[in-house]
Each structure stands twice: as structure tokens, then as C-alpha cells.
Ligand binder design. Structure first.
Ligand SMILES: Nc1ncnc2c1ncn2[C@@H]1O[C@H](COP(=O)(O)OP(=O)(O)OP(=O)(O)O)[C@@H](O)[C@H]1O
Length: 257
């Protein structure tokens, strides 16, 4: 029987921060697998360990104990240089605050992860243009971030996250700065990308955003509290409700003009 390939395997992941007077146990033996093509929302109250887990998935930090595999690579046994290499080549980050470079155009921002590898040729530019088109920015290629709406800037960030063909898109509150109309558009883009087989791991505080994923993992006190599949019916209901809310806002804006 062939096993499904994994984007990541998290096995007994533990992270302790040693402070002067105490040791904070931010993650206490968290285990779960994310198969390629999955779409996972990570939730949990403040202090439950979401950012700590995200930092390790993003190769920004190492666990105190346990293993974290990205594909076949066990990152818990890597040096800082190896981690940096994986981080820049194989992880697609999307942040709440977009993190675009203001002086660069849309295409150049999408190419940034490739610049760091010295890849500056026509082939790379063509790939960035193709990704810009895929996220609906084909008519904004030479715009700079300050000439774009928040949703458009987040599209650039999503295109940038894909340029390296990452293990997964790692999105930290990607709709946290966006209104309901734009949130709906960005989540629809994630749906499309996941439909094409892209793996998405997203941290959110919002239930209606999490319900668009295929799976919701909840952390509590540094432990895995629940791991629940979201039925297609529930996802569709979440999609319809958000689309309806976005339409109501659009109509209201239309009336206000
Ligand atoms: N660098 C650090 N040094 C010491 N303690 C830390 C550090 N980073 C996080 N912690 C502690 O680890 C625990 C988990 O924090 P973490 O930031 O991962 O939670 P979170 O779920 O992301 O919270 P929030 O939703 O508020 O961002 C908390 O008790 C926090 O105070």
C-alpha cells in the first residue's frame, strides 16, 4: 500500500523557553501529519503555542525535543545555515502585514525569494509574471505596493510565496488586515490554489476563516486539543455565508455612492 506523501510530519514537538526564574513550556509534545494537498487551519487561545509552532514550521526556530519533517528533511537535526537555506527555498510565507518591498514593482516583489538565490534571468521573470496573472494581477505588473489595495498587496504576497515551489504556504492571519469583501477574495484564491494541489497551513483567530480549510487543529496550553476534519458541506456553508456578507457590504457601498 502506498502512503500519501507528507508536506510535513510533526512528531512529539516540544519547545521550552528557559528564562531566569522559570521554564515556559510553549509546546508540549504536539504531533500531527499534514499530507500534501491538505489545507489546515491552526487555532487556539492566546498563549496556546500557535506562533511557536509557526516559527518551527517556518524554520525560524528549532524544537527543544521531538522531530519536524518537511518532506523527507528532518529540520530538528539541521544547522542554522541549513535551516536558513530551507527557509528561503522551500517555505512560502504569507503575513498579515504583506511584507512587500515598497521600492519594487509587483513582478519584482514576487521575484524576491529568487534574487536571494542569484536567480535573475528571463525564466524567473516569466515565472513571476505567470504567478501575478494567476493571482489576478496581470494588469498591475509594474505597480508598486502603494499603488495597490490591501487585497491586491496580499495577492502579491501569495504569488511571492509560490515562486519557490514551497512545501506549503504558511499563512499567519493572512486576512487579519482585510475587510470582509477582500477577505472573501483572498480565501477564494486559497481555495483555488488548494484545488490545484497546493498545501496550505494557516493560523487564524477567526472561526469563519478556519471553516474554509479542510481541517482545523486547535492548540491549548501547548498541546494538541483537537484535530477535526471540516466537511465539504460545512466549507460550502462558510463560503456562501462569507460571499453573502461580502455582497451585502458591496451593495451598501454601491448605495452609498
Ligand atoms: N521567546 C520567548 N521567550 C519566553 N517565552 C515565550 C517566548 N515566545 C513565546 N513564549 C511563551 O510561550 C507560550 C506560547 O506563546 P505563543 O506566542 O506561541 O502563543 P500564541 O498561541 O501564538 O499566542 P497569540 O495568539 O497571543 O499570538 C506563551 O506562554 C508565551 O508567553
Amino acid at each position: 500500500m502506498s502512503e500519501q506523501a507528507l508536506a510535513t510530519r510533526i512528531d512529539g514537538l516540544t519547545k521550552e523557553y528557559v528564562l531566569k526564574s522559570e521554564t515556559v513550556r510553549a509546546l508540549r509534545g504536539v504531533s500531527f501529519d499534514v499530507p500534501e494537498g491538505d489545507y489546515v487551519a491552526i487555532m487556539g487561545p492566546s498563549g496556546s503555542g500557535k506562533s511557536t509552532l509557526l516559527n518551527m514550521l517556518g524554520c525560524l526556530d528549532q524544537p527543544t525535543a521531538g522531530n519536524l519533517f518537511l518532506g523527507d528533511d528532518n529540520i530538528s537535526q539541521m544547522t542554522d545555515d541549513q535551516l536558513a537555506e530551507i527557509r528561503s527555498r522551500r517555505i512560502g510565507f504569507v503575513f498579515q502585514s504583506y511584507n512587500l518591498i515598497q521600492q519594487l514593482t509587483v513582478v519584482e516583489n514576487i521575484q524576491v525569494p529568487l534574487y536571494y538565490q542569484g536567480l535573475l534571468g528571463t525564466k524567473e521573470r516569466d515565472r513571476a509574471i505567470m504567478l501575478a496573472e494567476q493571482v489576478g494581477l496581470g494588469d498591475r505588473l509594474d505597480h508598486r505596493p502603494n499603488q495597490l489595495s490591501g487585497g491586491q498587496q496580499q495577492r502579491v504576497a501569495i504569488a511571492r510565496s509560490l515562486v519557490n515551489d514551497p512545501y506549503f504556504i504558511l499563512a499567519d492571519e493572512p486576512t487579519g488586515n482585510l475587510d470582509s469583501v477582500t477577505t472573501d477574495e483572498i480565501l477564494a484564491l486559497f481555495d483555488d490554489l488548494n484545488g490545484e494541489g497546493r498545501t496550505i497551513i494557516l493560523v487564524t483567530h477567526e472561526d469563519d476563516v478556519a471553516e474554509r480549510a479542510r481541517r482545523i487543529i486547535r492548540l491549548k496550553d501547548g498541546m494538541l486539543h483537537s484535530d477535526e476534519a471540516v466537511s465539504d458541506e460545512r466549507r460550502e456553508t462558510a463560503r456562501e455565508m462569507q460571499a453573502a456578507a461580502a455582497l451585502a457590504v458591496k451593495n451598501k457601498q454601491g448605495l452609498a455612492c
